[in-house]
Write a protein that binds this ligand. Structure first.
Ligand SMILES: *[C@@H]1O[C@H](CO)[C@@H](O)[C@H](O)[C@H]1NC(C)=O
Ligand SMILES: *[C@@H]1O[C@H](CO)[C@@H](O)[C@H](O)[C@H]1NC(C)=O
Ligand SMILES: *[C@@H]1O[C@H](CO)[C@@H](O)[C@H](O)[C@H]1NC(C)=O
Length: 435
């Protein structure tokens, strides 16, 4: 057991080390101004410049578009003993900087002590050398913040202090070293920048692309499937691209229109097939004059008798719920309306050449209304007994072999499908909720 624990601990420690390590070995590959500056580099704001981060300022590189490195105003103040007693110097991480502090001392080799504190990591190398001559001493501080000095949250104005104490000198000397840990340009972000083709935000001349796009200017779509694998035309149906209901998108996948009649039913993964195409695939169902679920279809398709007042139904986006379709079957042309709700597709025949169907559509209601009302009453009673929950979680298929239905002729089925649930909140069934 002890061995296991040791291994886990070791792994964890290694991870910690790697997490905080900033790799500045390949500075020309850096694509972030902040990271460039933290590695001690110079940044180019020109997106067309190939090398964005350079350690040294090359002559012809990035003319006029270099990011200026934020500095503090360097200054030095002399004290009673020290020159300077207080100083502000700008340094870069990964670079060395010298600072000489002069003072008078009675000692020929005074003891020099210093402490360092900083707003960032403690990754600062400090060394000192002292030399004295004729009671006048100079202590030279050699400071170099490492490339790990800046944390990833470092700002433009980070710094560290070195406080000097010299033997037999009653004064303190404090040197402040300003280290830029972020670029000023990083705080300016242009959302949906035209430079990024409107598909990302621009900051320091770098596009951060929205999901689905990549490239320097967000010009390359990220396609889940390989381009060319997914055609935009359905060979089985027609040679019309995306069924005429969409356009071929950047990844060779159909992008369906959203502003067309019935566009809420366009099937993105099926060449933007509309609801009529889907239902027309289930030809056999139209032979069946019975209302209820059709078993000859590969998706739940449910027939309802025509209710004219439903045709005007709108959903919460003011779109037509019922879409007009037509089909020709055995030389008979007919029209119907279809809609989809809760993964189920409903249709009502509106015009048919079939006399039986036609009768249902136009004149059947009056003759059979009492029977229909009777059926509704029976179903209502059953539903009331079973309870509202059962009603909501009803089985998907209408039981066509239910003896109650088998006893009814086709012409009798003119009432509202008792198991039909209104598809949208905008439609109020007067009996709904009263049971
Ligand atoms: C760091 O050192 C400076 C100079 O001695 C001092 O003024 C400052 O309070 C110190 N900051 C912290 C956080 O210790
Ligand atoms: C049948 O439907 C198609 C496609 O929706 C439409 O173009 C055509 O006009 C319709 N025909 C009739 C007679 O309604
Ligand atoms: C038709 O639908 C409306 C709701 O829009 C409803 O009030 C009416 O009872 C339905 N008619 C028939 C015959 O089911």
């Amino acid at each position: 057991m002890a061995v296991v624990w040791f291994a886990v601990l070791l792994l964890f420690t290694c991870r910690e080390v790697f997490a905080s390590y900033r790799d500045c070995s390949n500075i020309v590959e850096i694509r972030s101004c902040d990271e460039c500056i933290r590695c001690g580099g110079h940044w180019c704001n020109d997106p067309y410049e190939f090398t964005r981060c350079h350690l040294d300022l090359a002559d012809n590189w990035c003319q006029g578009m270099k990011e200026s490195i934020p500095t503090d105003n360097d200054m030095a103040v002399s004290g009673q003993f020290f020159d300077p007693k207080y100083a502000v110097n700008s340094v870069r991480s990964g670079r060395e900087h010298n600072l000489a502090i002069k003072y008078r001392s009675s000692e020929s080799d005074p003891k020099v002590e210093y402490v360092v504190n900083s707003t960032q990591g403690s990754d600062v190398f400090v060394t000192k050398t002292t030399s004295c001559k004729d009671g006048s001493c100079t202590t030279t501080l050699d400071v170099s913040p490492e490339t790990n000095f800046c944390s990833i949250k470092g700002s433009t104005h980070e710094y560290f202090n070195v406080k000097l104490n010299i033997q037999n000198v009653s004064e303190e000397a404090v040197m402040k070293f300003h280290v830029p840990c972020a670029c000023a340009c990083s705080s300016k972000v242009e959302l949906m920048s035209p430079k990024c083709n409107g598909r990302g935000s621009l900051s320091c001349g770098v596009c951060t692309c929205d999901s689905g796009w990549s490239g320097t200017f967000c010009e390359t779509p990220i396609c889940e499937k390989k381009r060319g694998d997914v055609p935009c035309t359905d060979s089985a149906r027609s040679d019309v691209e995306c069924s005429g209901n969409g356009v071929c998108g950047p990844c060779d996948e159909c992008v369906c229109f959203t502003d067309r009649l019935g566009s809420q039913y366009f099937e993105k993964d099926n060449f933007c097939a509309d609801i009529c195409m889907a239902t027309n695939d289930c030809d056999d169902c139209f032979h069946n004059p019975m209302p209820g679920r059709c078993d000859f279809c590969h998706f739940p398709l449910i027939k309802q008798n025509l209710n004219q007042s439903l045709l005007e139904q709108k959903d919460e986006f003011n779109r037509n719920v019922w879409i007009t379709c037509n089909d020709t079957l055995d030389g008979c042309h007919f029209e119907y309306v279809a809609m989809k709700a809760n993964e189920e597709t409903y249709y009502m025949v509106t015009k048919s050449c079939d006399p039986v169907e036609e009768k249902q559509v136009t004149g059947g209601v009056n003759v059979t209304l009492p029977i229909v009302l009777g059926i509704i009453a029976v179903v209502a009673a059953v539903a009331a007994t079973a309870g509202y929950l059962v009603w909501k979680n009803r089985p998907p298929a209408l039981p066509l072999n239910d003896p109650m239905y088998q006893n009814i002729g086709a012409e009798d089925c003119t009432g509202e499908n008792p198991l039909y649930k209104p598809p949208t909140s905008s439609f109020k069934n007067p009996t709904y909720g009263k049971w």
